[in-house]
Design a binder for this molecule. Structure first.
Ligand code: PEP
Length: 249
């Protein structure tokens, strides 16, 4: 079902104690706000199980998972491990994973399928780099990321997937997509999903915007008909900013 979601991607920030304090603040706020918006935080792997002890309304995401179920894969973390540590969601296909760890759409498809088989909800990121936008290839790039990354998912599986459109030129740069740019791509993504599945499923899909979303611009981004919330990096590390973004709905 289409939901309003604000998810905080903490990346490789916070030590355990600060992470716990941040999570506790977000949880306190969520209790006051109620359950109109689903609030998700994605701390580092090492924090998940401790943060699970101090959160209830706030849901937990991992920032990545292995494409393998178990075995001799030193340094990898499996979906089952994440579930056992309290994660419900997993961010997959973040541009930093694509750029620095060479994760491509085929590998991401394998990760998404395994995560879904195990019961984790993927937050699948897509988005073009600046050169692709300037060359007019943004729709082609995003179409490829979605069609290959989501290949072979049946309707029930796809209903568990959240899409995050994150133009790479906006991530961590302070340059935010305009509401019109965000809406244009979100509408494109929704139409693409209608082609891949059908109109009803497209209408029920949650599509988040990510890329320098902050308290000063969240309201105008979230006001777009096809923007169902945000994936927030930098601004999720300050409880006050993150809370203001959740309140922007
Ligand atoms: C992100 O990394 O997913 C992100 C959106 O980062 P920021 O909000 O800092 O641009």
């Amino acid at each position: 079902m289409r939901k309003k979601i604000v998810a905080g991607n903490w990346k490789m920030h916070t030590l355990l104690k600060e992470g716990m304090e941040l999570a506790e603040k977000v949880e306190r706020f969520s209790k006051e706000k109620g359950d109109d918006v689903i609030v998700v935080i994605a701390p580092p792997f090492t924090h998940l199980s401790k943060i699970r002890e101090v959160t209830d309304l706030v849901k937990l995401a991992a920032q990545n998972c292995s494409s393998e179920e178990s075995g001799a894969y030193t340094g990898e973390v499996s979906p089952d491990m994440l579930l056992s540590a309290g994660a419900e969601y997993v961010i997959l296909g973040h541009s930093e994973r694509r750029a620095y760890y060479h994760e491509d759409n085929h590998l991401l498809n394998k990760k998404i399928r395994l995560a879904l088989d195990k019961g984790l909800k993927p937050i699948y990121c897509c988005g073009e780099v600046l050169a692709e936008r300037e060359a007019g290839k943004l729709f082609e790039v995003v179409k490829d990321q979605l069609t290959v990354g989501l290949q072979g998912l049946n309707t029930a599986q796809f209903s568990q997937v959240i899409i995050a459109y994150e133009p790479v030129w906006a991530i961590g740069t302070g340059i935010t997509a305009t509401p019109a740019q965000a809406q244009e791509m979100h509408a494109f993504i929704r139409n693409l999903i209608a082609d891949m599945y059908d109109d009803r499923i497209a209408g029920e899909t949650t599509i988040l915007y990510g890329g320098s979303c902050k308290p000063s611009n969240a309201r105008e981004l979230f006001a777009n008909p096809d923007v169902d919330g945000g994936l927030i990096g930098g601004a999720s590390l300050k409880a006050e900013d993150f809370i203001q973004i959740v309140n922007a709905f």
